[in-house]
Design a protein. Structure first.
Length: 266
């Protein structure tokens, strides 16, 4: 299929960064046997990946602002456009040699995400979307799953880890959801979880304590695949609140109701 000039810029940046990450991932797998482990190496790989993405994107669109996980916000002269970039979403997976991580790039124009890319360098699966033009995986059109019953649904979620998140709230939500669905999954990359919802692999996904760069690309992918997405309160303040619920219209609505009941009971 023909990609726009904008998506070509994003794809070129992602593939260049992916070559670095694949080389580094091979080294990480070798480092697993060391006593110190590969943590410092992975931190350096993460920063290097973001630098590559920033250089590529800003060379192509020099006036745009840039928000990255490692370097924070860099304001450009064009205040209407902002890149949201996670160079290595799924760092813990990467650190442990688990091939479930991604490069995530979202472009915001005047408050709306207009272009998105999520790329797993190991599987070579590239999810892309542009506003009003649909979502695609390696040129194949995507649609969210059509299941209408929670008892048939496979649901992805996040798990609060040490020092982050409301563990008690999550346990309540987890138990309430677990009783009604076919299965729960935790894969470790929010961007890929959202891409999998867009591809119909997951029926629903929810997570709290996320950042804008975790969600930006995935939000557009899900919407362009015909899905519904909101924060856990049912509004459009995902970036502000840091939580998200995604799925088809029926199941997303049902999961929101469960989360609201659980929160009220707590």
């Amino acid at each position: 299929m023909q990609h726009s000039a904008l998506l070509n810029v994003m794809m070129k940046a992602a593939r260049k960064t992916a070559r670095q990450l694949n080389r580094d991932f091979g080294e990480v797998e070798k480092l697993q046997v060391s006593v110190k482990g590969p943590a410092n190496f992975v931190t350096a790989a993460d920063r290097k990946a973001e630098q590559t993405l920033r250089e590529e994107l800003m060379a192509a669109r020099p006036g745009y602002s840039f928000v990255g996980e490692e370097g924070g916000r860099i304001d450009g002269p064009d205040q209407t456009h902002t890149w949201y970039v996670d160079p290595l979403d799924g760092t813990t997976n990467f650190l442990h040699g688990i091939p479930q991580f991604s490069i995530s790039i979202g472009l915001e124009r005047e408050g709306a995400i207009i272009a998105a890319l999520v790329y797993n360098p190991v599987s070579d699966e590239m999810f892309v979307a542009e506003k009003g033009k649909g979502a695609f995986l390696n040129d194949q059109r995507l649609r969210v799953a059509g299941r209408r019953s929670l008892q048939d649904a496979v649901v992805a979620c996040g798990l609060p880890h040490r020092g982050r998140g409301d563990l008690a709230l999550f346990r309540s939500e987890f138990m309430a959801v677990q009783e009604q669905v076919a299965g729960l999954r935790r894969f470790g990359s929010a961007a890929l979880d959202l891409a999998f919802v867009a591809a119909g692999r997951f029926d629903i996904y929810w997570e709290r304590n996320l950042q804008s760069w975790d969600m930006a690309a995935g939000i557009l992918l899900v919407r362009e695949a015909g899905g519904y997405i909101s924060d856990c309160d049912g509004t459009d303040a995902m970036f502000l609140k840091g939580h998200i619920v995604a799925g088809n219209e029926a199941l997303q609505k049902e999961l929101l109701a469960i989360l609201k009941r659980t929160g009220a009971a707590g």
